[in-house]
Design a protein around this ligand. Structure first.
Ligand code: PLP
Length: 381
């Protein structure tokens, strides 16, 4: 039997309704969306246009402002390196946050090697951004501010509207990695005034290997250099034959999230609170990050006097959770997010992230809590 899956910040299963929408586009409707001269191409092109509408309407964007990519890693790279490549001489400064995903931090590091100045804002013990500190960091030489909508480890949500205001006051753009919030608390790009938004389908019950970058229509237009040149697909921002089945799945996934985000958020928040209520009966267990504002499906805890890896290993057959981001886990480094919040290596290593999802049930939560509690007691003995 599979373990109970509580690692939804790493990835989510494809919703069966998404798979159903995708399947015809592998076989019957296999056309190239750029083929203009026959119905195979027209059908594919129409399906991509529909997906663009579906993804756009989830975040309040116009369909023509979306660029399909291979995922949020590419979207983040395109947003950051793409704007940097066209930066005016007097705007070679980027502000980001020390708790961003590696797919934002690493492109920023790459730009530092090209002579850009990058400010990595510190966060408080709860992982929150200090807006005054942000205001102090953004100046007339700042090209771009890049902050995530919600953190993938501790679920803390950042005040995007205020951040956009601070960036725009200095003529800087705001890029937002909205991967973690898009499925449950989708940002409205118009209301928030963000300029660039990265999305990933596989974090919202769509397939892996497809994502999008929203590029706001601005006057003058946002100047963005493509990372991949070729046939000029996606208005020249991203060449390459479109992955039509994946894009169709992304569109369907976005539509389903739009329909169920509100009710899913209420249900998952209740389950998450139930999980915390059960776990907090343990002595020496602490929540990492604030209770609010926090993604409704996230819980991150640390347990005193227990070696985190031993705990994860002991429960792995029964409960699938992680100690942090999937990429950080691969390198066995303690989470840079928890470290940035002031936790010690040891505390960071003794932390577990729970990510609930659309298919998580109450009996699963109760069973997972029981297994964790039993295992912690056992390891402490
Ligand atoms: C998963 C994730 C990414 C990377 O998305 P991919 O589509 O897997 O490349 C980027 N940012 C955040 C916050 C994520 O959680």
């Amino acid at each position: 039997m599979n373990p109970i899956y509580l690692d939804s910040h790493a990835t989510t299963p494809v919703d069966p309704r998404v798979l159903d929408a995708m399947l015809p586009f592998f076989t019957e409707h296999f056309g190239n969306a750029a083929s203009r001269n026959h119905p195979f191409g027209w059908t594919a092109n129409k399906a991509v246009a529909q997906a663009r509408e579906q993804v756009g309407s989830l975040i309040g964007a116009r369909f023509r402002d979306l660029v399909f990519t291979s995922g949020a890693t590419e979207s983040n790279n395109l947003a950051i390196k793409g704007t940097a490549a066209r930066a005016p001489h007097d705007r070679r400064h980027i502000v980001t946050v020390s708790t961003e995903h590696r797919a934002v931090l690493d492109p920023c590091r790459a730009l530092e090697r090209d002579g850009f100045r990058v400010t990595y804002l510190e966060v408080d013990r709860e992982g929150r951004i200090d807006l005054d500190r942000l205001r102090g960091a953004v100046g007339s030489e700042t090209l771009l501010v890049s902050t995530m909508s919600a953190n993938n480890e501790i679920g803390v949500m950042h005040p995007l509207a205020e951040i956009a205001e601070i960036a725009h006051a200095q003529g800087a753009l705001l890029h937002c990695d909205a991967v973690q919030s898009a499925g449950l608390v989708p940002p409205n790009v118009k209301e928030l005034g963000v300029d660039l938004v990265s999305l990933s389908a596989h974090k919202m019950y769509g397939p892996k290997g497809v994502g999008a970058l929203y590029v706001a229509k601005r006057d003058p237009a946002i100047d963005l250099e493509a990372l991949i040149d070729g046939g000029g697909h996606e208005r020249g921002y991203r060449s390459g034959t479109l992955n039509v089945p994946a894009i169709v799945g992304f569109g369907k996934a976005a539509e389903l999230c739009g329909e169920s985000a509100d009710s899913d958020a209420v249900r998952l928040r209740a389950l998450r609170d139930r999980l915390w209520a059960a776990l907090s009966t343990l002595d020496g267990i602490h929540m990492n990050g604030p209770m609010e504002p926090r993604l409704p499906h996230n819980l991150n805890v640390r347990v005193d006097d227990v070696h985190g890896e031993s705990l994860l290993k002991a429960i792995a057959a029964d409960v699938a959770v992680s100690s942090g981001a999937a990429c950080a886990t691969a390198s066995a480094e303690p989470s840079h997010v928890l470290r940035a919040m002031g936790l010690s290596d040891e505390q960071a290593r003794a932390s577990i992230r729970f990510g609930l999802g659309r298919f998580t049930t109450e009996p699963e939560i109760d069973a997972a809590a029981e297994i964790v509690i039993k295992t912690v007691r056992h390891l402490r003995r």
